[in-house]
Design a binder for this molecule. Sequence first.
Ligand SMILES: [Zn+2]
Length: 116
Amino acid sequence: MHELSIAQSLVDVSCEEAKRVGARRVQRVYCRVGVLRQIEPDILRDAFGIVGEGTLCDGAELNVQVAPLVAHCAVCDRQFVIGDDDWICPHCGNVGGLCNGGDELEITSLDVEDDA
Ligand SMILES: [Zn+2]
């Protein structure tokens, strides 16, 4: 179950960041995961809960946003989302090139609770 290893890195990064800002605990983590990682958001949330136990992320809520594949069209210099393996630029009809890899894994935002 590779959601576990992803959950682990989310917990690691979140805890580090929480420590850096002197927070008492993490309340909510917003992350973006590329569609090619084939993550099941529910499973990732469960895994996050398990891995986060006993850490600053204990009881934190995980908000998962699945990021689609994005292509870039060299002809009209625009970006567009690739759906159903359709690499044709919706603006000019040319074939676009891959812009993001679909394998992102990033924390976009973190809600923490501090001592105050
Ligand atoms: Zn185009």
